[in-house]
Ligand binder design. Sequence first.
Ligand code: IMP
Length: 175
Amino acid sequence: MKIKDKEFSIYIDKNTIEQRVAELGKKISREYEGKNPLFIAVLNGSFMFAGDLMKNISIPVEISFIKLSSYTKTHSSGKVKELVGLDENIFGRNLIIIEDIVDTGLTIHHLLEEFRELGPKSIEVATLLHKPEATVKQLQLKYVGFEIPEKFVVGYGLDYDGYGRNLNDLYSLAN
Ligand code: IMP
């Protein structure tokens, strides 16, 4: 499968993804029973995961979407993008941040710091993918779909230079 100038091959097929997302949804539904969680999905990459995860949640929940700005600001941990679009009051809420992938962990680390300042009751992370070998930050990731090696992946919401988000399976760069 060619996306722009690069060749990709199938890495995790859609049935495997579907099954794993259903498991995560059931687990979250059990663990958040009576807690009225607020999901915050980080766009763009998490849109497909967030949609499928929601279909597997069987308890009352809310979901909201945020974006990271395309410009960066300098921060103690390096250059990070700023959070935009948060219009929910998250004080006292049980938050679950939905991410597509945690790579170095800088993005999610920074997001968690920003959210903690707003006084939620609890915060956990649900990420479809995690590259543990690439992660430089100490993070507690409660719900992880798949741990993967340091490969570049596209599909199921993730892009290569803007393309490939619509693919139903996950692909990795062919070597
Ligand atoms: P981190 O701050 O290094 O953890 O990077 C997180 C962000 O980098 C993700 O939300 C993605 O947008 C992007 N990213 C990291 N690895 C990949 C990949 O393999 N494919 C597509 N996007 C990726």
